[in-house]
Design a protein around this ligand. Structure first.
Ligand code: UT7
Length: 336
């Protein structure tokens, strides 16, 4: 029997309408458009301002669009995994809430938190259900409302993050297309450099944790930067070597969008020219779990059957990895 692979058969995306520019941010903290563009490569980011709206609301928009595009009914979806670090609530899982809002009633789902690698780890996990033959229509979401944990008094972190959501549909393929191979890693000792101090079972919320601003992102930029550059490049180069991929045969690198300099260093190590690197960082910033599906959403029109792409991510944990995909459909059929 032919091997079953999990193929992406559609992509949906959503970013909220409000755009926070560098100029606007410079009125809130001591920074400038020049510094942010030079050191990070972000010009603006979308922020979910609407009162009472959460990560699941952005994800719901992305999933509804995905189902409409691919002609899939909510009843047909038999699983939904959500990669997320800013869930609507500690529990239940945001996946459950998305299923409820979309009307998915015949499946099951759960969340995966692997920092900025959440979507990739969710995608790889979901692919195993498809490859085993047990599930046929699996939705994988990457969504985050980073503005809910960003300290807009902290110039070290506030320029970096934005809000957004993306989703892909995974279906079985027996023609050799889909997810071919993955490399994943975690190194928990990296947690000291990037985390949210309070709000978990280690330091539950108290007046003191609020006064100390410990419910926001804590990041030591330099060690994270160094680890991101070496780790993302290592797994991507290893993936190219494992499958004899070259700069000529790889159509796109799809990197996590944390810092333009990290992306450029990874592409350089892989020998990939900039025009074959998916880039959304300048207009969306780092949307954490949403960066990869938003890249696929933006570049979908460019992708054709059989194209080789490598997704590479690095984030809090530390958690990082790469996946090699043979693209399964002509993206121009969904031209925006
Ligand atoms: O997605 C999750 C994974 N996260 C990442 O991949 C992030 C990795 N780290 C980075 O991208 C970079 O380290 C940052 C963008 C966070 C910071 O850039 P950097 O070039 O490493 O800057 P730095 O932290 O070494 O700071 C250099 C200087 C400092 O001033 P002094 O001490 O040299 O006077 C900072 O205070 O830049 C200053 N600085 C700023 N200046 C203007 C830091 N943030 C800002 C700012 N505007 N927003």
């Amino acid at each position: 029997m032919a091997q079953i692979r999990a193929a992406i058969t559609g992509v949906g995306g959503y970013v909220p309408p409000y755009v926070l520019t560098n100029e606007e941010l410079a009125k809130m903290v001591d920074t400038s458009d020049e510094w942010i563009m030079e050191r990070i490569g972000i010009r603006e980011r979308h922020i979910l301002l609407e009162e009472g709206k959460a990560t699941s609301d952005m994800a719901t928009e992305a999933v509804k669009q995905l189902l409409e595009k691919t002609g899939t009914t909510a009843d047909e979806v038999d699983m939904l995994i959500c990669g997320v670090v800013t869930p609507d609530m500690q529990f239940p899982a945001t996946a459950n809430i998305i299923c409820d809002k979309v009307g998915i009633k015949n499946g099951f789902g759960y969340d995966i938190n692997a920092g900025c690698s959440s979507f990739l780890f969710a995608l790889i996990t979901a692919s195993k259900f498809v490859e085993s033959g047990s599930h046929r229509k699996v939705v994988v979401v990457g969504a985050d409302k980073m503005s809910s944990i960003v300290d807009y008094n902290d110039r070290n972190t506030s320029p970096i993050f934005g809000d957004g959501a993306g989703a892909v549909l995974l279906e079985p393929d027996t023609t050799g297309l889909g997810l071919v191979d993955s490399i994943m890693h975690v190194d928990g000792s990296g947690r000291q450099h990037l985390h949210q101090v309070a709000g978990g079972s280690l330091r539950p919320a108290t007046f003191e944790t609020i006064l100390r601003r410990q419910h926001f992102i804590y990041q030591e930029g330099q060690p994270v930067f160094k680890a991101a550059v070496s780790s993302m490049a290592d797994v991507s180069v290893r993936m190219m070597e494992r499958h004899n991929l070259t700069s000529e045969t790889l159509k796109y690198l799809v990197p996590h969008q944390a810092n333009m300099r990290i992306i450029e260093a990874t592409a350089r190590r892989m020998g990939i020219p900039k025009e074959r690197v998916m880039l959304t960082i300048t207009k969306y910033g780092n949307t954490t779990s949403a960066t990869i599906p938003l890249c696929l959403w933006e570049y979908e029109n460019e992708l054709r059957v059989g194209d080789n792409i490598i997704i590479a991510t690095f984030g809090a944990g530390f958690a990082w990895g790469s996946t090699y995909i043979k693209w399964a459909y002509d993206g121009s059929k969904f031209a925006k």
